[in-house]
Design a protein around this ligand. Structure first.
Ligand code: 13P
Ligand code: SF4
Length: 311
């Protein structure tokens, strides 16, 4: 495997040779963000994957994101650097479990966060991402209860925002759950001019302290556009790479987590991807996302319902 600048050049050469596009999430390691053709949140990346005319999509994110790209654009070859790039939310929610909840609440609509696998999507009525969840929940018929899976923290936040009762799946993000309300309150006291901004996967006590709550792209836009000069950031620390580029003169402070020996919050799954693995997956076109066509078509329906409602 080439190293340093040669590695970057080799990836760019493979991109040309294979007519590939590199899509990356804001939580990816910095060097991957720098080489990507498009950087985005889950919704932006799904849209980009749907629209691309490249022959190969090298998806630098976690497995459910690459799978969503394949669901939306099945004729493209979708590869990801490491198939073990999972997600605690996706890994903890099965289609069987969701179907059982539906049996208990036969009149309910099932709204599922995009952080889930294709089978779980196929068992859902509509998919949401953190960028469009509020808008979509608001648009659901008021006379039907809502089952929301898998993130109970996002579900609780949405229920509070929209006033809709929700039956929640008991799932959470291991990264966002690690933020400590007590330690963040102390950070705010130490930085009286700072604003706390948080991803809605964080627990309620952290969200209650936050000046602004939003998806990764919304957090980025907020830091760039708001007059405040100092921010405490309660989301995965990879976002700081792009945030520093967009707001180079602002002070960006990672929110503290429970474990005092660790000052930042990293998604172990997102960080499985490396430039070396990106090079190898593009060179050998492996690991590739392969899907059962029946599941793909079933999973496509609730994603299309989402895209239709969040144009
Ligand atoms: P966004 O859609 O806000 O980028 O969130 C994805 C995610 O996995 C957050 O943990
Ligand atoms: Fe999943 Fe949390 Fe990692 Fe996002 S940060 S990919 S929700 S484990």
């Amino acid at each position: 495997i080439p190293t340093g600048d040669d590695l970057v050049k080799a990836i760019l050469d493979l991109k040309k040779e294979k007519n590939a596009v590199i899509l990356a999430h804001y939580y990816q390691p910095g060097p991957i963000q720098d080489i990507a053709d498009f950087l985005g949140d889950s919704l932006q990346l799904a849209r980009q994957a749907k629209e691309t005319d490249a022959d190969m999509i090298a998806f630098c994110g976690v497995h459910f994101m690459a799978e969503a790209a394949k669901i939306l654009n099945p004729t493209k070859k979708v590869v990801l650097p490491d198939t073990l790039a999972g997600c605690s939310l996706a890994d903890g929610c099965s289609a069987e479990g969701l179907n059982k909840m539906r049996e208990q609440h036969p009149n309910a609509l099932v709204a599922t966060y995009i952080n889930c696998n294709a089978e779980t999507k196929a068992a859902s009525d509509i998919i949401v991402t953190s960028s469009n969840a509020e808008q979509i929940i608001e648009a659901l018929p008021k006379d039907r209860p809502i089952i929301f899976a898998p993130d109970k923290n996002l579900g609780r936040y949405l229920s509070k925002k929209t006033g809709r009762d929700m039956i929640l799946w008991d799932g959470s993000c291991i990264v966002h759950e690690a933020f400590s309300m007590e330690r963040i309150a102390k950070q705010l006291a130490d930085h009286p001019n700072a604003k706390l901004i948080a991803h809605p996967e964080s627990e309620s006590p952290v969200l209650e302290l936050a000046h602004f709550i939003g998806s990764t792209s919304a957090l980025l836009n907020y830091v760039e556009q708001d007059d405040c000069q100092e921010f405490i950031i309660a989301t995965e620390e990879g976002i700081l790479h792009e945030m520093k580029k967009r707001a180079p003169h602002k002070s960006l402070i990672p929110a503290l987590v429970f474990d005092e020996s660790c000052n930042c919050s990293e998604c172990f799954f997102m960080k499985r991807n490396t430039l070396e693995k990106l090079y190898l997956c593009m060179k050998y076109e492996l690991p590739e996302i392969i899907m059962d066509e029946e599941i793909r078509l079933k999973a496509l329906k609730p994603i299309e319902a989402m895209l239709e409602l969040s144009k």
